[in-house]
Ligand binder design. Structure first.
Ligand code: B12
Ligand code: SF4
Length: 495
């Protein structure tokens, strides 16, 4: 190809090894950028690598490429960038999204990266594209890191008024590849809390007005007329309870009449009074997803969640049971300085929660993955985290447990055992919203017998803190590698 074209190509990177026929997640970052480009009269094209491969055809008449990636999808982003470079080396490639924002230093050094954009592109990306497409100079553009730039000159950009965002241009996607039963809406960005492991700890909390959220819901409903659930996908839906109250009332007044799901912080649920719970239940709140992380108060303090005590967690577990609101709890293990006793305490808290509320939808236990620029990153490095050094390294990175050098062999084993033993509680939205997500729990009778056994096994072990020696895990791994039909879960419990 000679010269550059007039279209902006937006690529959403993926962590799937192959494109999937259908996915639950929308490529929200690039979709928002495309909305702004449309408003500015610039034509754009979206390639979501979750559902399709990038080909030469996508690059026809393209004048600028924006790649969006998390730390989990860099391998696919690099492959896409390599194709762009091979087909037309004149097209500038801009990397944005969570990982480039967090780690601009290493990202910008890669030859397949011309620029890094830091932060939220909504307000400024279309201006940048105009300059690029018209061959104008864009020296010292807000948020734009060039090779050799000092990062001090490029702080991340944020949008101050979310009500000014244009409507989502759904027409740019092949909607048949996305789950039409889920109506996903964003109501806020950032978070007022400062958890040590979290990307959001660097972003100020801002919310849309309830009226704007309702308008987004109506638009989504026009597109997804068969939607059976609303997912408010912000990290912190409940940070502003007045907003949530107004929104619940609007949902009721406008007879939206769909169950809804949202993320929350344990303290936020704890501070809701009975009237608030009634309102949630009346407006069809069906699932609250909260990050507990650890049962150990020392670890909670270390990771910036010192206010969340095991008593508070059990209190919300009981309240959700009493109000018949589903609950998903996330736990994280493997933090620096975490001891075997801390891990046992977390196991015990999980078991207490399950006993107190058998209707808990899901308990997801994951191992700590340190991310650059998060509050605990430097501490993790000092404690020996074997961090990927280059963008290429990040492309290979799989969040391996062995990189957490502070873990002794027996701690690693206990973590793997805990990840294994809690699998039965990670049933994707089994009760209230069953059958809606693409990733279905396997219903084979072998799998359900196995799950019942492991659940019982976990509850017995948690009482005594017996997580050191779990031979059933090896049996499971053997069974999976030989038979391959037991579950849809990973072959190995985190390398
Ligand atoms: C919805 C969501 C999901 C969905 C779908 C994600 C997706 N579409 O890929 C699901 C449930 C599938 C999911 C899964 C996971 N997620 Co998730 N997820 C989120 C969540 C809550 C919202 C993402 C979103 O839609 N944001 C809204 C859009 C508008 O924002 P955005 O993408 O950042 O885009 C803006 C800017 O970044 C920028 N921008 C983005 N791209 C580009 C490109 C260019 C060129 C430019 C100029 C600008 C630009 O402009 C955009 C508009 O303002 C975020 C938290 C968060 N606040 O971002 C976590 C988050 C992205 N997830 C995270 C994680 C860890 C995971 C999982 C690994 C969880 C797990 N253990 O399985 C998986 C793996 C996902 C993957 N494929 O990489 C981490 C990622 C951390 C990191 N270092 O990468 C986050 C940040 C959560 C956190 N607080 O730590 N996730
Ligand atoms: S983990 Fe949740 S509460 Fe903590 S900073 Fe991130 S988004 Fe906020």
């Amino acid at each position: 190809m000679d010269g550059i074209g007039r279209i902006v190509l937006l690529i959403h990177a993926s962590n799937f090894s192959q494109p999937q026929p259908k996915v639950d997640a929308f490529p929200w970052g690039v979709l928002h950028l495309a909305g702004e480009l449309k408003k500015a009269g610039i034509q754009s094209r979206i390639v979501d690598l979750n559902i399709e491969k990038l080909t030469e055809i996508h690059l026809r008449n393209v004048g600028c490429v924006g790649i969006s990636t998390t730390s989990y999808a860099i391998g696919s982003a690099l492959q896409a960038a390599a194709l762009v470079r091979r087909i037309n080396p004149l097209i500038p490639i801009i990397w944005g999204g969570i990982h480039p924002t967090l780690d601009p230093q290493n990202t910008i050094q890669h030859p397949l990266v011309d620029f890094v954009f830091r932060g939220e592109g909504d307000d400024v990306f279309s201006d940048l594209c105009k300059l690029i497409l018209n061959g104008k100079s864009y020296d010292s553009f807000p948020g734009l890191v060039r090779k050799g730039n000092s990062l001090r000159d490029c702080p991340p950009v944020t949008v101050s008024d979310l009500d000014t965002l244009p409507p989502v241009p759904y027409e740019l996607l092949d909607l048949s590849c996305y789950n039409e039963k889920i109506l996903e809406v964003h109501t806020a960005r950032g978070c007022p809390y400062r958890c040590g492991f979290c990307y959001n700890a660097t972003k100020k909390y801002r919310s849309k007005s309830p009226e704007r959220i309702l308008a987004d819901l109506f638009l989504g409903r026009e597109i997804f007329s068969n939607a059976r659930i609303i997912v408010f996908n912000d990290d912190q839906f409940f940070s502003n309870l007045t907003k949530v109250q107004e929104l619940c009332e609007l949902l009721l007044r406008n007879e939206i009449n769909l169950p809804w799901v949202a993320n929350c912080r344990v303290e936020d649920i704890a501070r809701m009074d009975d009237d608030f719970f009634h309102l949630l239940s009346k407006s069809r709140c069906s699932l609250l997803k909260a990050g507990v992380e650890s049962g150990s108060e020392r670890i909670q303090e270390l990771i910036g969640k010192g206010n969340i005590t095991p008593e508070m967690v059990k209190e919300i577990v009981v309240r959700c049971r009493d109000y018949k609101i589903g609950l998903k709890l996330n736990f994280m293990i493997g933090f620096p300085t975490e001891t075997i006793e801390d891990l046992q305490t977390t196991g015990k808290l999980i078991a207490d929660c399950v006993r107190l509320n058998p209707r808990i939808e899901r308990i997801a236990v994951g191992a700590y993955d340190p991310y650059p620029a998060t509050p605990m990153w430097d501490f993790a490095l000092r404690e020996g985290y074997e961090a990927p050094r280059t963008l290429e390294d990040w492309g290979q990175w799989k969040g391996e447990l062995t990189r957490l050098r502070w873990l002794s062999r027996s701690e690693q084993t206990i973590i793997r055992n805990l990840l294994f033993l809690t699998i039965p509680f990670d049933k994707p939205y089994a009760n209230t919203v069953s059958g809606l997500w693409s990733r279905q729990p396997i219903n084979s009778s072998l799998w359900s017998i196995w799950k019942k056994f492991t659940r019982f096994d976990f509850l017995c072990r948690a009482k005594r803190g017996w997580f050191h020696f779990v031979p059933e895990r090896f049996l499971y791994e053997q069974l999976y590698s030989k038979v391959g039909v037991v579950s849809p879960l990973p072959k190995e419990i985190k390398k």
